[in-house]
Design a protein around this ligand. Sequence first.
Ligand code: ADP
Length: 250
Amino acid sequence: MPLLHVRGLGVRYDNDVLALEGVDLDLDAGERLAIIGESGSGKSTLARAIAGLLPPAATVEGSIAWPELGRVARNGRDIGFVFQDPGSSLDPVISVGAQVAEVVRVNLDMAWPAARRLAVELLDRVKLPEPALLAKAYPHQLSGGQKQRVAIAAAIAAGPRLLIADEATSALDTIVQAEIVSLIRGLVDEDGMALLFVSHDIALAANLADNIAVFRHGRLVEAGMTGEMIAAPVSDYTRALLDAHLGLDA
Ligand code: ADP
């Protein structure tokens, strides 16, 4: 029984852009799936549709079901969502510890002092230095990589079954990007979370994912196991993506 079962998913925005069409996708518990494609291919729309974060004016068809949960998954509780820009997902006037504690309080129904303690533990889990001290800092006092670690701590705070990282490392320098990828890998391994890793960079995603789904113009072009797809892509589009990214690294 899959954790997530998507059938015939289509999304149209109110400007009449058809962002996704006829998408079928399954995700097992603990599976790490990369969603790959160029900018505008519908990756973010898919991630947001799954997490229930589409704007209200978007029209959705098809189905998104959670067979293992037996109910609709809740963002924050069952799903942890990490956005590209931690600067905009964190509140500038609230300390980072209080922001993580708020996620804990709301989703786990925990009293404030216990939530604060758990927040410090979570900041430690995402390998931030001196977490008790850092909890009192405000986002502008942190580097981009540190802010993304805080956003990840908030995303995993309620012990979700699925972590969605939507271009979560794309705004970071290469070295910080590698550190955040390694952090995400460690956390999903430790907690047995499933991972949806949304990226335009197939080489980066291949480091992390068991399986890859390639999107183009809102449609699923090709899906398969990472090793097989890298070795022998079926579609010309996937081959072009691979040549572009592997070529740059060579
Ligand atoms: P990706 O994540 O692959 O870059 P998106 O899912 O963001 O792709 O976008 C898919 C298409 O939907 C694009 O044409 C984009 O311009 C459009 N789009 C995305 N978000 C919105 C929105 N909130 N309102 C209208 N159009 C949107």
